[in-house]
Design a protein around this ligand. Structure first.
Ligand SMILES: [Zn+2]
Length: 303
Protein backbone atom coordinates (compact mmCIF):
# COMPACT_ATOMS: atom_id res chain seq x y z
CA UNK A 1 0.00 0.00 0.00
CA UNK A 2 1.50 3.26 -1.04
CA UNK A 3 0.71 6.82 -1.90
CA UNK A 4 2.14 7.99 -5.22
CA UNK A 5 2.63 11.48 -6.59
CA UNK A 6 3.87 12.44 -10.04
CA UNK A 7 3.33 14.72 -12.99
CA UNK A 8 1.24 12.74 -15.49
CA UNK A 9 -0.65 13.03 -18.78
CA UNK A 10 -4.13 11.57 -19.33
CA UNK A 11 -3.69 9.16 -22.25
CA UNK A 12 -7.01 7.29 -22.12
CA UNK A 13 -10.19 6.61 -20.17
CA UNK A 14 -13.40 4.61 -20.12
CA UNK A 15 -16.56 4.70 -18.03
CA UNK A 16 -16.99 2.38 -15.09
CA UNK A 17 -20.35 1.80 -13.43
CA UNK A 18 -22.77 4.70 -13.08
CA UNK A 19 -20.46 7.53 -12.14
CA UNK A 20 -16.83 6.37 -12.10
CA UNK A 21 -14.16 6.36 -14.76
CA UNK A 22 -10.98 4.37 -15.27
CA UNK A 23 -8.23 6.78 -16.34
CA UNK A 24 -4.92 5.80 -17.93
CA UNK A 25 -2.06 8.17 -17.13
CA UNK A 26 1.50 8.28 -18.36
CA UNK A 27 3.49 9.61 -15.44
CA UNK A 28 7.08 10.77 -15.08
CA UNK A 29 7.80 8.77 -11.93
CA UNK A 30 5.79 5.58 -12.44
CA UNK A 31 5.29 5.19 -16.19
CA UNK A 32 1.82 4.05 -17.20
CA UNK A 33 -0.69 4.02 -14.34
CA UNK A 34 -4.38 3.08 -14.52
CA UNK A 35 -6.69 4.22 -11.78
CA UNK A 36 -10.32 4.61 -10.81
CA UNK A 37 -11.54 8.19 -10.45
CA UNK A 38 -14.54 7.80 -8.15
CA UNK A 39 -17.64 9.84 -9.01
CA UNK A 40 -15.73 11.69 -11.73
CA UNK A 41 -18.77 11.68 -14.05
CA UNK A 42 -21.04 13.39 -11.53
CA UNK A 43 -21.96 17.02 -12.18
CA UNK A 44 -20.25 18.17 -8.99
CA UNK A 45 -17.22 15.93 -9.26
CA UNK A 46 -14.16 17.13 -7.34
CA UNK A 47 -12.12 16.42 -10.47
CA UNK A 48 -14.12 18.88 -12.55
CA UNK A 49 -12.89 18.74 -16.14
CA UNK A 50 -9.34 17.88 -15.13
CA UNK A 51 -9.41 14.32 -16.44
CA UNK A 52 -9.87 15.22 -20.12
CA UNK A 53 -7.66 13.45 -22.64
CA UNK A 54 -4.15 15.00 -23.07
CA UNK A 55 -4.34 17.01 -19.83
CA UNK A 56 -1.03 17.29 -17.98
CA UNK A 57 -1.43 17.47 -14.23
CA UNK A 58 -0.08 16.56 -10.85
CA UNK A 59 -1.43 13.11 -10.02
CA UNK A 60 -1.84 11.82 -6.48
CA UNK A 61 -2.96 8.20 -6.22
CA UNK A 62 -3.21 5.44 -3.68
CA UNK A 63 -2.06 1.94 -4.59
CA UNK A 64 -3.62 -0.72 -2.38
CA UNK A 65 -1.51 -3.46 -3.96
CA UNK A 66 -4.61 -5.66 -4.31
CA UNK A 67 -5.55 -4.58 -7.82
CA UNK A 68 -4.02 -3.40 -11.08
CA UNK A 69 -6.05 -0.24 -10.66
CA UNK A 70 -4.95 2.48 -8.26
CA UNK A 71 -7.32 4.94 -6.61
CA UNK A 72 -7.04 8.43 -8.08
CA UNK A 73 -7.11 10.92 -5.18
CA UNK A 74 -6.20 14.22 -6.85
CA UNK A 75 -5.34 15.48 -10.28
CA UNK A 76 -4.42 19.16 -10.38
CA UNK A 77 -4.11 20.59 -13.88
CA UNK A 78 -0.70 21.93 -14.91
CA UNK A 79 -1.34 22.28 -18.67
CA UNK A 80 -4.79 21.51 -20.08
CA UNK A 81 -3.68 21.37 -23.76
CA UNK A 82 -7.23 22.44 -24.59
CA UNK A 83 -6.24 23.47 -28.13
CA UNK A 84 -5.70 19.81 -28.97
CA UNK A 85 -9.39 19.09 -28.44
CA UNK A 86 -10.76 21.95 -30.56
CA UNK A 87 -9.00 21.24 -33.87
CA UNK A 88 -9.63 18.00 -35.73
CA UNK A 89 -6.12 17.68 -37.23
CA UNK A 90 -4.41 18.34 -33.89
CA UNK A 91 -6.85 16.02 -32.12
CA UNK A 92 -6.16 13.19 -34.58
CA UNK A 93 -2.38 13.42 -34.39
CA UNK A 94 -2.36 13.88 -30.60
CA UNK A 95 -4.64 10.85 -30.25
CA UNK A 96 -2.16 8.84 -32.35
CA UNK A 97 0.71 9.99 -30.12
CA UNK A 98 -0.96 9.05 -26.82
CA UNK A 99 -2.20 5.76 -28.26
CA UNK A 100 1.35 4.83 -29.25
CA UNK A 101 2.49 5.55 -25.70
CA UNK A 102 -0.44 3.60 -24.27
CA UNK A 103 0.07 0.52 -26.42
CA UNK A 104 3.85 0.36 -26.48
CA UNK A 105 4.45 0.62 -22.74
CA UNK A 106 3.83 -1.60 -19.73
CA UNK A 107 2.28 -0.44 -16.48
CA UNK A 108 4.52 0.82 -13.67
CA UNK A 109 7.56 0.85 -15.96
CA UNK A 110 8.88 4.43 -15.71
CA UNK A 111 10.66 5.93 -18.68
CA UNK A 112 11.56 9.56 -18.13
CA UNK A 113 12.77 10.08 -21.73
CA UNK A 114 9.46 8.87 -23.15
CA UNK A 115 7.53 11.03 -20.70
CA UNK A 116 9.59 14.03 -21.82
CA UNK A 117 9.00 13.18 -25.49
CA UNK A 118 5.25 12.86 -24.89
CA UNK A 119 4.88 16.25 -23.20
CA UNK A 120 7.17 17.92 -25.75
CA UNK A 121 5.08 16.48 -28.60
CA UNK A 122 1.79 17.62 -27.06
CA UNK A 123 3.24 21.11 -26.58
CA UNK A 124 4.45 21.16 -30.18
CA UNK A 125 0.99 20.11 -31.38
CA UNK A 126 -0.47 23.22 -29.79
CA UNK A 127 2.17 25.41 -31.49
CA UNK A 128 3.02 26.49 -35.01
CA UNK A 129 4.42 23.18 -36.34
CA UNK A 130 2.11 21.18 -38.60
CA UNK A 131 0.49 18.33 -36.67
CA UNK A 132 1.54 15.50 -39.05
CA UNK A 133 5.16 16.62 -38.81
CA UNK A 134 5.02 16.58 -35.02
CA UNK A 135 3.59 13.06 -35.12
CA UNK A 136 6.37 11.88 -37.48
CA UNK A 137 9.06 13.41 -35.26
CA UNK A 138 7.44 11.79 -32.24
CA UNK A 139 7.31 8.41 -34.03
CA UNK A 140 11.00 8.46 -34.99
CA UNK A 141 12.08 9.38 -31.46
CA UNK A 142 9.60 7.07 -29.75
CA UNK A 143 11.20 4.10 -31.53
CA UNK A 144 14.62 5.31 -30.45
CA UNK A 145 13.82 5.77 -26.77
CA UNK A 146 12.04 2.41 -26.61
CA UNK A 147 15.09 0.70 -28.13
CA UNK A 148 13.67 -0.16 -31.56
CA UNK A 149 15.77 2.20 -33.67
CA UNK A 150 15.60 0.97 -37.29
CA UNK A 151 18.98 0.38 -38.91
CA UNK A 152 19.49 2.55 -41.98
CA UNK A 153 23.21 2.16 -42.74
CA UNK A 154 23.13 -1.39 -44.12
CA UNK A 155 20.79 -4.23 -45.09
CA UNK A 156 19.56 -5.90 -41.90
CA UNK A 157 19.53 -9.32 -43.61
CA UNK A 158 22.82 -9.59 -45.52
CA UNK A 159 24.80 -6.64 -44.15
CA UNK A 160 25.27 -4.95 -47.53
CA UNK A 161 26.10 -1.28 -46.98
CA UNK A 162 23.43 1.27 -47.85
CA UNK A 163 22.76 3.00 -50.28
CA UNK A 164 21.22 0.57 -52.73
CA UNK A 165 18.76 1.46 -55.45
CA UNK A 166 15.48 -0.02 -54.26
CA UNK A 167 15.45 -0.30 -50.49
CA UNK A 168 12.63 -1.89 -48.54
CA UNK A 169 11.82 -1.67 -44.89
CA UNK A 170 11.59 -4.86 -42.91
CA UNK A 171 11.74 -5.58 -39.20
CA UNK A 172 14.80 -3.82 -37.85
CA UNK A 173 15.63 -1.51 -40.74
CA UNK A 174 16.29 -1.35 -44.47
CA UNK A 175 16.76 -4.40 -46.68
CA UNK A 176 18.27 -4.63 -50.15
CA UNK A 177 16.22 -5.71 -53.14
CA UNK A 178 17.48 -9.31 -53.12
CA UNK A 179 16.72 -9.80 -49.42
CA UNK A 180 13.35 -8.04 -49.70
CA UNK A 181 12.31 -10.60 -52.32
CA UNK A 182 12.80 -13.32 -49.69
CA UNK A 183 10.88 -11.38 -47.01
CA UNK A 184 7.17 -11.08 -47.87
CA UNK A 185 6.61 -8.62 -45.03
CA UNK A 186 9.12 -6.08 -46.39
CA UNK A 187 7.63 -2.78 -47.53
CA UNK A 188 9.02 -0.74 -50.41
CA UNK A 189 10.39 2.62 -49.35
CA UNK A 190 12.05 5.26 -51.51
CA UNK A 191 15.67 6.34 -50.92
CA UNK A 192 14.32 9.83 -50.20
CA UNK A 193 12.25 8.43 -47.33
CA UNK A 194 15.28 6.65 -45.88
CA UNK A 195 17.27 9.89 -46.08
CA UNK A 196 14.43 11.89 -44.54
CA UNK A 197 14.13 9.46 -41.64
CA UNK A 198 17.87 9.69 -41.04
CA UNK A 199 17.74 13.49 -41.07
CA UNK A 200 14.70 13.62 -38.80
CA UNK A 201 16.26 11.59 -36.06
CA UNK A 202 19.66 13.28 -36.29
CA UNK A 203 18.25 16.80 -36.09
CA UNK A 204 17.47 18.65 -32.90
CA UNK A 205 13.79 18.69 -31.99
CA UNK A 206 13.04 22.22 -33.20
CA UNK A 207 15.00 21.66 -36.41
CA UNK A 208 13.19 18.39 -37.07
CA UNK A 209 9.84 20.15 -36.73
CA UNK A 210 10.77 22.81 -39.26
CA UNK A 211 13.26 21.42 -41.79
CA UNK A 212 12.09 20.46 -45.31
CA UNK A 213 11.92 16.76 -46.05
CA UNK A 214 13.23 15.83 -49.49
CA UNK A 215 11.11 17.34 -52.23
CA UNK A 216 8.14 17.61 -49.96
CA UNK A 217 7.33 21.30 -49.73
CA UNK A 218 3.78 20.83 -48.49
CA UNK A 219 5.01 19.27 -45.24
CA UNK A 220 2.79 16.28 -45.66
CA UNK A 221 4.99 13.30 -44.84
CA UNK A 222 2.36 10.84 -46.06
CA UNK A 223 2.70 12.27 -49.55
CA UNK A 224 6.44 12.83 -49.62
CA UNK A 225 7.20 9.94 -51.90
CA UNK A 226 4.47 10.43 -54.39
CA UNK A 227 6.51 13.35 -55.61
CA UNK A 228 9.79 11.47 -55.85
CA UNK A 229 8.92 7.95 -57.01
CA UNK A 230 11.84 5.58 -56.95
CA UNK A 231 10.58 3.91 -60.12
CA UNK A 232 8.38 4.66 -63.07
CA UNK A 233 4.63 4.53 -62.95
CA UNK A 234 4.53 1.26 -64.86
CA UNK A 235 6.85 -0.40 -62.35
CA UNK A 236 4.72 0.84 -59.49
CA UNK A 237 1.60 -0.52 -61.20
CA UNK A 238 3.32 -3.89 -61.66
CA UNK A 239 4.29 -3.87 -58.00
CA UNK A 240 0.71 -3.34 -57.00
CA UNK A 241 -0.51 -6.16 -59.22
CA UNK A 242 2.12 -8.45 -57.73
CA UNK A 243 1.17 -7.36 -54.22
CA UNK A 244 -2.49 -8.03 -54.92
CA UNK A 245 -1.67 -11.47 -56.25
CA UNK A 246 0.37 -12.04 -53.12
CA UNK A 247 -2.54 -10.84 -50.98
CA UNK A 248 -4.86 -13.35 -52.59
CA UNK A 249 -2.47 -16.23 -52.04
CA UNK A 250 -1.38 -15.25 -48.53
CA UNK A 251 -3.95 -13.01 -46.88
CA UNK A 252 -2.43 -13.23 -43.42
CA UNK A 253 0.74 -11.37 -44.46
CA UNK A 254 -0.92 -9.13 -46.99
CA UNK A 255 -0.44 -5.39 -46.56
CA UNK A 256 -3.67 -3.52 -45.97
CA UNK A 257 -3.02 -1.27 -48.93
CA UNK A 258 -0.31 -2.62 -51.22
CA UNK A 259 2.11 -0.47 -53.14
CA UNK A 260 4.89 2.01 -52.47
CA UNK A 261 2.54 4.87 -51.59
CA UNK A 262 1.40 2.96 -48.54
CA UNK A 263 5.01 2.58 -47.50
CA UNK A 264 5.33 6.22 -46.61
CA UNK A 265 2.01 6.64 -44.82
CA UNK A 266 3.55 7.75 -41.58
CA UNK A 267 1.45 9.77 -39.23
CA UNK A 268 -0.50 11.01 -42.20
CA UNK A 269 -3.74 10.22 -43.89
CA UNK A 270 -2.75 6.66 -44.72
CA UNK A 271 -1.71 5.63 -41.26
CA UNK A 272 -4.31 5.60 -38.57
CA UNK A 273 -3.70 4.86 -34.96
CA UNK A 274 -2.28 1.45 -34.11
CA UNK A 275 -5.07 -0.99 -34.83
CA UNK A 276 -6.54 -3.73 -32.74
CA UNK A 277 -3.93 -6.05 -34.22
CA UNK A 278 -1.42 -4.45 -31.86
CA UNK A 279 -3.23 -5.88 -28.90
CA UNK A 280 -3.43 -9.32 -30.49
CA UNK A 281 0.06 -9.59 -31.92
CA UNK A 282 2.14 -7.16 -29.90
CA UNK A 283 5.03 -5.42 -31.66
CA UNK A 284 4.89 -7.73 -34.67
CA UNK A 285 1.24 -6.94 -35.25
CA UNK A 286 1.79 -3.26 -34.60
CA UNK A 287 3.90 -3.03 -37.73
CA UNK A 288 1.09 -2.02 -40.03
CA UNK A 289 -0.51 0.36 -37.57
CA UNK A 290 2.72 2.23 -37.00
CA UNK A 291 3.56 2.62 -40.69
CA UNK A 292 7.27 2.71 -41.50
CA UNK A 293 8.14 3.09 -37.85
CA UNK A 294 7.24 -0.57 -37.67
CA UNK A 295 8.50 -2.40 -34.65
CA UNK A 296 11.14 -5.03 -34.43
CA UNK A 297 10.06 -8.61 -34.08
CA UNK A 298 12.07 -10.59 -31.60
CA UNK A 299 13.48 -13.96 -32.66
CA UNK A 300 11.14 -15.77 -30.26
CA UNK A 301 7.97 -14.29 -31.73
CA UNK A 302 5.98 -15.95 -34.46
CA UNK A 303 5.11 -13.76 -37.44
ZN1 LIG B 1 20.39 -7.72 -48.19
Amino acid sequence: MALGKSAAVVIGSFDLGESDRVITFYSREYGKVRGVAKASRRMRSRFGGALELFTLGQLVFFDTGRSDLVRVDHFDVLEPFAALRTDLERLGQAAWVVECVNRLTAEHDPHAALYGLLTRSLRALTGAATPPRVAVCFGARCLDVLGHRPRLDRCVECGRAYPFARPSLDEGGVTCEACAAQAPGATAISPAAVAALGRLRAARWEEALAQPLGHDTTDRPADAHREVPARGTAAVRDDRRAAMRHSASNPRRAPASPGPVRAVGVGGANSGPPSATVARHGFAGARRGLGVWGPIRGPHEEP
